[in-house]
Design a protein around this ligand. Structure first.
Ligand SMILES: Nc1ncnc2c1ncn2[C@@H]1O[C@H](COP(=O)(O)OP(=O)(O)OP(=O)(O)O)[C@@H](O)[C@H]1O
Ligand SMILES: [Mg+2]
Length: 611
């Protein structure tokens, strides 16, 4: 299910059913059992559903059964009491209606409660999943699974379950009645059933494969839309519409092909089943006519009413049988959709943490021979055997050209990135031994790409902690954002829009700084925290940050001298390694990479370390 094995859209469309990674599909019974933890609760509702469907199905043969006395004693003999007609007919439909209502309600309830549990489990998994999940699957694929697939899956499954139980029991009841009426004739009807089952099986297996492939194609399509919405400005500026249109068109086309294939498979089911039923019907009528002519003198001769009942019951058999053939369609589709959710729950590991929870935390950091390699290994490592020690309370500036591994290094600390070699220690204890929440509670972070939730400014600042308005106000003040917030219609309670799109880049960054200030954690990580600010507001924010850094271990990534010069130590990185380190003055005197990067333009407060 990873985005890597999607393949190109064209190949996915052309040969999807056969090329989809085919582990042998486990039997349906097993697959349904895996859904049991979510849909198997509420015993009494299941009982209600079962009773409702059983009762409803039992009323089914009553309708043809009424025909026999109606025709034989009503029309032929004329002995039937008139008041019995409405009583019987209305009575049957009343019972049937109540039964159907009950079963429908109960089954819908089961489906929705199941959906609720499954969705919650999915979302919980999303919050605790190992970080690798988010590089493996796009955000649209994940939200598709959690929001839509579960919904579609559960709805289809309910329809299918409802159909199976209703039609299955109806079939049994009608067949029972037919056997009772005339077993010889019924045997002929029974021949049809295996034939129908066989057709159903073959077609539904194909349908399942097509469904899987079109789920993937839908993901890719959603992903293209997502990307183009995110990058709508750049796409227009660069005139990339044609390419994007082409990309979208190809995917839509492969989806269309898959939809047609699915329709061919499912649409063939109904006529084939009906054809078989028609063959059976004609045979039965012939045999019945032959029987009644041959045995008209015997005691069990077929009466008109008996024959009409038989044919009526048999015709009533066709509809549920046809629906039973169709049921494979929503059932397989529904299960396939829900399985995508299950795959996410069972196929994704949770983040693992230890048990170490000391109080208080000193904030001594150490990297021992740490390497980080993204992807499968052809790439140069992002970090290559880095050794670094940071004393509690020390302010270390990380500088270096773009792509040197600075962000990767700081992301190791809250375990957003896991080292592929070596180990990272906090206060002398390896990070995996720390209890994860406790470890992360030690960090305040302003990351390079600021992400905000669609909530009020105050909620974004306090994120996760109890909201204290006076403190929020202080933090906004320190981050030099209070003035702007005051000018907003609802002050700090103004909603910031999707990823704070209602704020400017610099305002967003100051909001992130306010959040870090509010957090008040022993270790501070600033990844180009002030890169989007003008010189004046940077100076103001810098003062607040300076105050915050006091007494805290701080790692600050910056290109600007104004930030670097306050650091106790400067660590210069290049291509995943530490090239040199020392104080600003030492490094300048040394005349190495740092000195070269600090050209006169850099001193003029330009972000010159950037390429
Ligand atoms: N999730 C990822 N998957 C694959 N490669 C990655 C990933 N994140 C970073 N890299 C690679 O790791 C290397 C280091 O990236 P990093 O973000 O640490 O650089 P940086 O020093 O922070 O650069 P900048 O100053 O531009 O922010 C880069 O070559 C980058 O391509
Ligand atoms: Mg970076």
């Amino acid at each position: 299910m990873s985005s890597q094995d999607h393949g190109t859209p064209a190949s996915a469309g052309a040969s999807a059913p056969s090329s989809a990674p085919e582990q042998p599909t486990p039997p349906l019974r097993l697959r349904l059992r895996r859904l049991l933890p979510y849909f198997g609760h509420q015993r009494w509702v299941w009982v209600l559903a079962l009773c409702g469907t059983l009762l409803g199905a039992a009323t089914e043969p009553l309708i043809p059964a009424l025909l026999k006395p109606l025709l034989d004693s009503g029309f032929t003999d004329g002995t039937l009491q008139l008041w019995m007609v409405p009583l019987a007919i209305v009575g049957v439909f009343l019972v049937r209606g109540v039964a159907q209502f009950t079963s429908q309600y109960a089954i819908t309830r089961i489906a929705n409660e199941g959906m609720l549990l499954l969705r919650q489990a999915l979302f919980e998994r999303l919050l605790t999943a190992e970080m690798a999940l988010f590089t493996r699957q796009s955000s649209s694929a994940l939200s598709n699974t959690v929001v839509y697939e579960v919904q579609t899956g559960a709805t289809l499954l309910v329809q299918a379950l409802m159909g199976i139980s209703r039609d299955g029991f109806t079939l049994v009841a009608l067949l029972g009645y037919l056997l009772y009426l005339n077993w010889q004739l019924t045997l002929i009807v029974a021949v049809v059933v295996p034939a129908v089952t066989w057709i159903m099986k073959t077609l539904s297996r194909r349908l399942y494969r097509i469904t899987k492939a079109s789920q993937q194609a839908t993901d890719e399509l959603a992903y293209v839309v997502e990307e183009n919405v995110l990058a709508h400005r750049m796409v227009r500026l660069h005139g990339a519409q044609a390419v994007q249109q082409e990309r979208f068109g190809q995917l839509s086309d492969s989806l269309r092909r898959l939809a047609l294939k699915a329709t061919i498979a499912s649409a063939a089911m109904t006529p084939l089943t009906q054809l078989l039923a028609a063959v059976a019907l004609s045979i039965v009528i012939c045999v019945a006519l032959w029987q009644s002519r041959a045995g008209s003198s015997e005691a069990h001769a077929i009466t008109v009413g008996g024959f009409a009942s038989f044919i009526a019951a048999m015709l009533m058999l066709v509809a549920p049988m046809r629906r039973m053939a169709d049921v494979a369609n929503p059932l397989t589709r529904g299960v396939a959709a829900l399985e995508r959710g299950l795959q996410l729950i069972h196929g994704t590991a949770s983040e693992q943490g230890g048990t170490h929870t000391p109080q208080p935390v000193q904030g001594a950091l150490e990297l021992r021979d740490v390497s980080v390699r993204f992807g499968t290994g052809e790439h140069a490592p992002a970090l290559d055997r880095v050794n670094l020690q940071v004393r509690p309370g020390e302010v270390v500036a990380l500088v270096g050209p773009s792509g040197a591994g600075k962000t990767t290094l700081v992301n190791l600390l809250p375990r957003f990135v896991l080292p592929t070699g070596g180990e990272v220690l906090l206060d002398g204890v390896a990070l995996p031994d720390w209890q994860l929440d406790h470890l992360r509670a030690q960090f305040a972070m302003v990351s390079q790409d600021v992400v905000m939730l669609h909530a009020s400014i105050a909620a974004n600042v306090a994120l996760g902690a109890p909201l204290d308005e006076t403190r929020v106000q202080q933090c906004l003040q320190a981050a030099n954002l209070a003035e702007h917030v005051a000018s907003l219609p609802q002050g700090m309670h103004t909603l910031v829009g999707h990823n704070a799109s209602q704020l400017s880049g610099g305002q967003r960054q100051r909001l992130a700084i306010a959040r870090a200030l509010y957090r008040d954690a022993p270790i501070l990580i600033l990844d180009e925290a002030t890169s989007a600010l003008d010189t004046e507001s940077e100076r103001l924010v810098q003062e607040a940050l300076q105050r915050l850094m006091r007494g805290r271990t701080t790692l600050v990534i910056a290109h600007r001298l104004s930030t670097i010069e306050h650091a106790d130590r400067v660590v210069v990185m290049q291509q995943g390694r530490i090239a040199e380190q020392g104080s600003h003055a030492q490094l300048l005197a040394q005349g190495g990479l740092y000195a070269r990067l600090q050209t006169p333009t850099a001193l003029a407060d330009e972000p010159s370390l950037a390429p």
